[in-house]
Design a protein around this ligand. Structure first.
Ligand code: SF4
Length: 506
C-alpha cells in the first residue's frame, strides 16, 4: 500500500513548502548524493549522533515506513527490558543482536547512517503526540544512546564526547583536582566500589589518581546530587569521567524532550498530508506491543508431535501461554467455544504444528464428547470453519496464528467466552490465584506481574511470567530473552527449553 516511487514523493505538493518542522530546514530537501555523503559523514564522525539537525535527502515512502518499523522494534525491545528490570549488561546481550540486524551503527555505510538518522526523526513525528508517548520515546531513545555508547571503543567514545561540544563538559585542572582530592575521593569511593567493582582500596586509589573530573552546574546532574554521588562546591558538581555518560544521557533527554514538543507544535501542518498520516498512525499505535515475529519458525519446536491426542499431554500443554491454557480449559468445561475463541485456539494449534486432519479430529472430539452435539451436526456446522482456517475452503488463505496485538485488538470476551488475553481480561483476584497457585510464583513475582498488568503492559507481564516459570525451574539458560509478543513464540521457546531437559513426548 505504501510502496511509492521516489518521483511520486518529490512531486507531492505538501513537500514544496520550504518551511521546516523544527529548525527552518525541510525533511525531504533534494540533495546530491555527494552532499548527502558529506552530511552523514560529519554527523556520524564519531559513530553516534545527538540528532540535532533534521535529515536531508530523499527517501521513498517504503523506506519511510520500513526504517521506522525497524527502529521501533529495537525501541520496543528496550522498553520491555526496562519494564523487566534488566541490568545494563543483560540488556546489551538482548538488544545487541537486534541492533546489528536492524540498526547497525558502527559501519561507514551511507544508507545505514541515513536509516538511523531518518528513523529517529520519523518516530519523533509518531511519538510527539502525547506526554505518555513522549516519555516512553525519550526513555527508550536515551537507553539506546547509552547502550550504543557502551558498545563503542574508548577512542570512539572520546571522539563522540568531543563532537557534542557541550560547554559544560570541561575537565578541571590537575591543580584543582589536587586541591580537592580528599573530598573528591570520599564522594566517588563508593561508586568505584559498587559500580566499577573495585573492591580493593589500592585499586580504587590507583583508579582515582588516573581519573579526570568534569565540573558543571549541579542542576545538570540532579539525580547524582540526590544520591550524593558527586562532590558539590559553590554550585558546581564535580563528576568523575566514568559517570559522564549519565550527564550525556541527561543532556540528550532534555534536548529530545524540547524537540518533541516543537515537533508536536508543527504537527497540524503535517496532518494535511494524507499519505504520511496513515503511516504515522500505524506506527504510533504499535508502541504497546511488538509485532516482531518470526512466524516462519513456528512449529519447528514440535515437528509433527502435536496431534489430536498428544495436545492434551502435560508435556505439550505446560508450554502453552495463559491465553491458550484458558481456551483449552474453556473447551474442556463447555465442550464448545464461541467463534472468537475457536479462531484463536485453532490458529494457535495450527501454529504449533497440528495438521488439518488432526485439527478436525481434535475439534470433533472436543465438541461431541459432552453429548450435546453429534458428529453429523459437527460436520454440518463446524467442519467448514476449521478447514477454512487451514486455507482449504473459501478464498483459500493460509491464515497465520494470531499475535498478541491481534488478540488484544479483538472485542473483550463476554460471559461464556474464553478468547483474549487473561492478563487484560481477568480480574486481579483470579489472576493472582492463577499466578500464585497455578504457577507457584512468589508474592514478589506476582506483584511485579500485576504492576505490568496495571500499566496495561500485558505482553511484558506475559514475558515476565515466561522468565519466572522457565529460568528457575529448568536450570536451563534462556538464550533468547527477547520480548514475547506472540503466543506461538511463547510455546516455541518454552518447548525448546523443555526439550533440553526432558524425554520425547509419548
Ligand atoms: S500476552 Fe500474548 S501470549 Fe501472553 S497470554 Fe496474552 S495474548 Fe497470550
Amino acid at each position: 500500500m505504501f510502496r511509492q516511487s521516489k518521483r511520486r514523493v518529490t512531486s507531492r505538493k505538501n513537500f514544496e513548502d520550504q518551511s521546516g518542522l523544527s529548525s527552518g530546514k525541510f525533511i525531504l530537501n533534494a540533495t546530491t548524493s555527494e552532499e548527502e555523503k558529506q552530511l552523514y559523514e560529519t554527523l556520524y564522525d564519531s559513530k553516534l549522533s545527538f540528532y540535532t539537525i533534521p535529515p536531508k535527502g530523499e527517501i521513498t515512502l517504503e523506506q519511510f515506513e520500513l526504517w521506522a518499523i525497524d527502529r521501533l522494534k529495537v525501541l520496543l525491545e528496550i522498553e520491555s527490558c526496562i519494564q523487566r528490570n534488566k541490568s545494563a549488561k543483560e540488556m546489551e546481550v538482548i538488544v545487541k543482536p537486534l541492533l546489528q540486524k536492524l540498526l547497525p551503527f558502527t559501519t561507514d555505510n551511507l544508507l545505514e547512517r541515513k536509516k538511523d538518522y531518518y528513523s529517529h526523526f520519523i518516530l519523533r513525528l509518531c511519538f510527539c503526540r502525547s506526554k505518555e508517548l513522549r516519555d516512553k520515546f525519550i526513555r527508550s531513545e536515551t537507553t539506546l544512546l547509552k547502550l550504543r555508547f557502551n558498545m563503542m571503543t574508548s577512542q570512539d567514545q572520546a571522539k563522540f564526547v568531543k563532537t557534542l561540544d557541550l560547554p559544560l563538559l570541561q575537565f578541571i585542572s590537575d591543580a584543582e583536582k589536587e586541591e580537592l582530592s580528599t573530598q573528591l575521593y570520599q564522594t566517588v569511593s563508593s561508586a568505584l566500589q559498587f559500580q566499577l567493582n573495585l573492591t580493593d582500596e589500592v585499586q580504587r586509589r590507583h583508579y582515582f589518581n588516573q581519573e579526570r573530573f568534569i565540573k558543571l552546574p549541579f542542576e545538570s546532574v540532579v539525580d547524582l546530587v540526590g544520591s550524593r554521588q558527586v562532590f558539590i562546591k559553590k554550585g558546581f558538581a564535580y563528576l568523575p569521567q566514568f559517570q559522564q555518560l549519565n550527564h550525556i544521557a541527561n543532556e540528550f533527554s532534555s534536548m529530545l524532550s524540547s524537540a518533541l514538543i516543537k515537533t508536536f507544535q508543527c504537527i497540524p501542518r503535517l496532518n494535511e498530508d494524507d499519505r504520511l498520516l496513515p503511516i504515522l498512525h500505524h506506527l504510533s499505535s504499535g508502541y504497546d506491543v511488538s509485532n516482531f515475529l518470526q512466524q516462519e519458525q513456528f512449529g519447528q519446536a514440535s515437528q509433527g508431535e502435536v496431534n489430536a491426542t498428544t495436545v492434551y499431554s502435560e508435556k505439550i500443554r505446560e508450554n502453552f501461554p495463559l491465553c491458550a491454557k484458558n481456551l483449552m480449559n474453556g473447551l474442556k468445561e463447555n465442550h464448545h467455544l464461541r467463534y472468537q475463541g475457536r479462531q484463536q485456539l485453532s490458529f494457535f494449534l495450527k501454529g504449533i504444528g497440528m495438521n488439518v486432519d488432526d485439527a478436525l479430529q481434535f475439534w470433533s472430539d472436543a465438541f461431541t464428547s459432552g453429548g450435546n452435539l453429534t458428529s453429523e451436526k459437527f460436520n454440518k456446522e463446524y467442519r467448514y470453519n476449521f478447514r477454512h482456517n487451514y486455507g482449504l475452503e473459501g478464498n483459500r488463505i493460509n491464515y497465520k496464528p494470531w499475535d498478541c496485538r491481534t488478540i488484544l485488538s479483538k472485542p473483550r470476551p463476554s460471559r461464556g467466552e474464553y478468547h483474549g488475553c487473561p492478563y487484560r481480561d481477568w480480574n486481579v483476584d483470579k489472576l493472582t490465584l492463577e499466578l500464585s497457585q497455578g504457577m507457584n510464583l512468589s508474592s514478589t513475582q506476582v506483584t511485579s506481574i500485576l504492576d505490568s498488568v496495571q500499566r496495561t503492559e500485558y505482553t511484558v507481564a506475559c514475558t515476565k511470567v515466561f522468565e519466572m516459570t522457565h529460568c528457575g525451574s529448568t536450570a536451563v539458560e534462556v538464550n533468547d530473552q527477547t520480548h514475547i509478543s506472540h503466543p506461538n513464540l511463547y510455546y516455541e521457546r518454552s518447548r525448546q527449553l523443555q526439550k533440553k531437559t526432558e524425554a520425547p513426548v509419548k
